[in-house]
Ligand binder design. Structure first.
Ligand SMILES: [Zn+2]
Length: 128
C-alpha cells in the first residue's frame, strides 16, 4: 500500500519516518508530504510540531484535528517546488490536496512557504 502522500513507498518507508523524527524531513517537499499524511491521520501533534513557531496555530489545534477527521483524504498532488532542498533555508511547494467533504470532492490549492527553524523544515503559511 502506498503512503498517504501518494509516494510509491509504504507509509513506514515514507512519511512515518518524519512523524517519528521530524529531522527526517530533509526537504520542504518531504515536510509537505508528511504534513498531508498527518492530516490524513488527523495527527494534530505533528501538524503543530511541523508548523513554524512564528505562525503556529496552537489555539486552533482541536478544530484542525476535528476537521481533518471529518473529511476523507483522497490524494496529494505536488505541482511545483522552488528551492526547499537540503541545503536551502527556505522554499515553496505548490500543491493540490483532494478530499471528500459532505459527499463532495473538494481541493485545497496552495502555494506554501517553508523555512528552516533550528535546522528543521517548518511550514510557515501561504506564500506571498
Ligand atoms: Zn509519504
Amino acid at each position: 500500500m502506498n503512503c498517504h502522500c501518494g509516494n510509491k513507498e509504504t507509509y513506514s518507508n515514507c512519511c512515518k519516518k518524519a512523524h517519528l523524527d521530524i529531522a527526517n524531513a530533509k526537504t520542504a517537499e518531504q515536510l509537505m508530504r508528511s504534513r498531508y499524511s498527518a492530516f490524513a491521520l488527523a495527527d494534530g501533534n505533528y501538524l503543530m510540531q511541523s508548523h513554524h513557531s512564528s505562525t503556529r496555530p496552537t489555539k486552533e489545534k482541536k478544530s484542525i484535528v476535528k476537521w481533518a477527521k471529518s473529511v476523507q483524504w483522497i490524494k496529494l498532488e505536488i505541482e511545483e517546488t522552488y528551492k526547499g532542498l537540503e541545503n536551502d533555508t527556505e522554499g515553496t511547494v505548490t500543491f493540490n490536496a483532494y478530499f471528500y467533504e459532505k459527499g463532495k470532492v473538494d481541493v485545497i490549492h496552495e502555494k506554501s512557504a517553508f523555512a528552516k527553524e533550528n535546522g528543521l523544515w517548518m511550514y510557515l503559511g501561504l506564500s506571498k
